[in-house]
Ligand binder design. Sequence first.
Ligand SMILES: [Fe+2]
Length: 182
Amino acid sequence: MPSGPFAHVCMVVSDLEKAIEDWTKILRVLDPQSLEQRIVKYDEFSAGDDAGMKWATFVNDHSTEIQFIQPSPNTPMGRRLAKVGEHVHHLCFTTDDVQGAMDKLKAEGIHLPGDGQVFNDPDMTWQKWSWVGAQSTHGCLIEVAAPYESKNDGRWYHAPNKFAYKGPGEHPSHAEVAPIAA
Ligand SMILES: [Fe+2]
């Protein structure tokens, strides 16, 4: 599992196998520990309007992970790939309280496409996620998701309560700007 709440960076790619091949070469030089565990890979994922996407994540216990999505043609993400080419799609931050984080971001006036709606998927029922928009991030989307880990078996599992604090605004260093509830 990633070493902290900044869990992964995700690229939208046209050829998942080629992206894995190229990034294996890159990580062999820059972060070989990313290649020690089995890659997590799903060849069919429901994902609502983007049904049929494939995705993969390099497992990295000491840093942020690298992820790819290959969308299905004629889905919203597939049409976006055809229009703008391969690109960084999102940064993922994990928290045990996805809904609570979205409520706090909304209270800060942050741009939330879908108004902070939290999504779920029948292929991974424990996983919840939502999106922060590019108007506020100044670039790509942010995915806010439940913490996850792999067991070196190519799959993701729920990993609650893994980090030192429970969610955004609850770290003591931010007490002045987001008071900790009594
Ligand atoms: Fe992601």
